[in-house]
Ligand binder design. Sequence first.
Ligand SMILES: C[S@@+](CC[C@H](N)C(=O)[O-])C[C@H]1O[C@@H](n2cnc3c(N)ncnc32)[C@H](O)[C@@H]1O
Length: 262
Amino acid sequence: MVGDRNQNAYAAARIVRHYAQLGALQPAEQTVLDLLHDRLPGMKMLDIGVGGGRTTKHFAAIVADYTGIDYSTAMIAACKKRFAASSQTALFEVCDARDLSRFQDDSFDFILFSFNGIDYVSHADRLKVFQEVCRVGRPGGYFCFSSHNLQGLEREFDFRKRLDLNPLKIYVDLVMLALLRLFNPSTTLKQLNASAHVVVKDESHNFCLQTYYVRPSEQLSQLNANFSDVNVYAWKSGLNVTAERELVSNVDLWLYYLCVID
Ligand SMILES: C[S@@+](CC[C@H](N)C(=O)[O-])C[C@H]1O[C@@H](n2cnc3c(N)ncnc32)[C@H](O)[C@@H]1O
């Protein structure tokens, strides 16, 4: 099962240590923080898949009330340790995004599932997470998450799109492509081109995670049932890429989606 293997990986001490030392916001997260900055002081925030608390550092001191959850007990223990001496009031709980039943309807004004955390559950569970987020989120509140971009993966798989003048870069790209194909023997470029979403093992954490990649147009369709006013941001530049023409050709490896909860 996609979700079970990933959950075990996120319990591993080496992976927990990695996330517990991260501190910087990604450019797209900074864009979202700047956009909501004036409203955050009045908001109750749920930080799903909080990992080692990278985003806690930036949001807990600003919002009215902050809860970080993760299905990895080891990640939550790392957060409690990291913020034990902090003056920021942050609550951390072990909880799976697929079952937020401990939270009442309309509990949060801002829900974050950052750094592609939602990509580590199956397709059916992903849709369940969107429903749960909508249920515990207040109508008119915000949901922000990031997800791997299938168009970026197509580019990784297609060596012709990565030709470069730098021989070292060509060599590194060739090695990465060989590893991608080795760890995903049944995945072809033709199959990627014909798919709206796929699960592959990519280089993150040495190919041990099964990761969901989605075409941006498909992601927007998945959000239709529960969210509106969706804006998309490139993770690296933090720039808005909502124009449809830009979105269908975007090859960023992951994108941030900021939506209003219905
Ligand atoms: C890529 S890490 C990001 C951690 C942190 N948000 C950060 O940005 O540094 C993804 C996190 O999501 C958590 N996660 C994945 N699926 C989850 C689920 N169904 N429920 C709760 N947490 C989940 C993992 O345990 C992991 O800590």
